[in-house]
Design a protein around this ligand. Structure first.
Ligand code: HEC
Length: 93
């Protein structure tokens, strides 16, 4: 049953191009993503996109554009990194 739900989640991601990473990365099916910085997530996603690592993630990464990956990384990555990015942006202005 659990496996069926997992397959359904993968199919939903593939069909709708959803970037709802928390569907799986909720601490039960897969590790939470907020332990990684957005930059680390982007780096991992690039590896997945190149076909390396977890097969589920490879198919998800391949269905995403680089821009979508960056947005997802910002959304799900470490919040401290987000605050820093905001600060850096404000300093630029
Ligand atoms: C269908 C389920 C599923 C979805 C949706 C999903 N992932 Fe994953 N992801 C996994 C699994 C399974 C692993 C490998 C096991 C683990 O790291 O806990 C993984 C691994 C990863 C890793 C590597 C973690 C590490 O520490 O090495 C990253 C980064 C990642 N996913 C990012 C994402 C992002 C970003 C999204 C949304 C765009 C996403 N994932 C959506 C299932 C999923």
């Amino acid at each position: 049953m659990k496996k069926l739900a997992f397959v359904a989640a993968v199919a939903a991601v593939a069909a709708f191009g959803m970037t709802n990473c928390a569907t799986c990365h909720n601490g039960s099916m897969a590790a939470k993503l907020d332990t990684l910085t957005p930059a680390q997530i982007v780096a991992k996603m690039k590896e997945f996109k190149a076909g390396k690592g977890n097969a589920t993630m490879v198919s998800i990464a391949k269905s995403m554009t680089d821009k979508e990956i960056e947005e997802a990384a910002k959304k799900y990555g470490k919040k401290a990194g987000k605050a820093e990015a905001k600060k850096a942006q404000q300093e630029k202005k």
